[in-house]
Design a binder for this molecule. Structure first.
Ligand SMILES: C[S@@+](CC[C@H](N)C(=O)[O-])C[C@H]1O[C@@H](n2cnc3c(N)ncnc32)[C@H](O)[C@@H]1O
Length: 251
């Protein structure tokens, strides 16, 4: 079984590389949304450190942002920070600011003025309290928030069974029964083999930003953002329908 999965993973990687070689790099919807609004404006990427190359500070800089900041909870001693600095040097980005902080626990003076444009991708579904995260993002956003989150399909059917969530639903992952988790694990293993909480159980910990705690439908993700004080200007599905990118404006 594990061997079959490894072979499938390898086949998927080869297919992706072939597609990239033939069609060139895919346009990143997050970059397009950043490019639409960031020229001459202040910008912060919240939670952009992990993986290094997924950061959007360099994207905002390339599109003419007036100032760029990286905010990430990774501690100052994490090797992710030097990796980020090396990447900024390589891409010729200078004068950027960094803040090693949980965005929900900012201290006075951390963010003297809200940013015109904030980007946050891959954080919401990992956050133990997604509404607190959205409220924190609202408090540091003066204009636009570009937010990407993993979402759940409303129906998942596979050899493990069937799982359904209404369009208004948000899955609280620790509440899944073992049978339900098995159905979702079968689905997500092929998309995100590291989805801790789904592919393997995780016990809820309010201070742990690693596992997947919450999975909204696309409709519920937009409603969460609206409830936190944003209106939706544009949106698009990414990650073959497993993530939603929202272009939001403060209300
Ligand atoms: C899954 S990675 C997403 C990386 C990248 N933005 C992407 O979309 O691929 C989550 C990142 O958010 C950071 N993070 C998680 N919770 C955070 C919080 N409360 N405040 C600031 N950063 C946070 C983590 O340290 C990590 O770098």
């Amino acid at each position: 079984m594990a061997r079959t999965m490894a072979l499938e993973d390898r086949a998927l990687t080869i297919l992706r590389r072939l597609r990239h070689a033939i069609a060139g790099p895919r346009r990143d919807l997050r970059d397009s949304y950043i490019g639409r609004v960031v020229r001459g404006r202040s910008f912060a990427d919240v939670g952009g450190l992990w993986g290094t190359v997924a950061e959007k500070v360099s994207v905002a800089h390339r599109h003419g942002a007036s100032s760029v900041t990286m905010i990430d909870v990774s501690p100052p001693e994490s090797e992710l920070w030097p990796a980020f600095h090396r990447r900024m040097r390589r891409l010729g980005v200078a004068g950027y600011r960094t803040l090693s902080r949980d965005v929900c626990a900012l201290r006075p003076g951390d963010v003297p003025e809200p940013f015109d444009v904030v980007h946050c991708s891959g954080v919401l579904y990992h956050h133990p309290n997604p509404m607190a995260l959205l409220a924190a993002l609202r408090s540091i956003t003066a204009g636009h928030l570009i937010l990407t989150t993993a979402i759940t399909p409303e129906t998942v059917v596979n050899r493990r069974g069937r799982y359904r969530v209404p369009p208004s639903g948000v899955i609280f992952v620790p509440a899944l029964s073992e049978d339900e988790r098995e159905v979702l694990a079968e689905h997500w293993r092929r998309v995100a083999p590291g989805a801790l909480g789904i592919v393997a159980p995780a016990s809820y910990d309010v201070a742990d930003f690693g596992p997947w705690w919450w999975l909204p439908t696309a409709k519920a993700a937009a409603a969460l953002c609206e409830s936190a004080g944003f209106c939706v200007l544009d949106q698009g599905l990414t990650w073959r329908g497993h993530a939603l990118t929202l272009m939001l404006e403060v209300r």
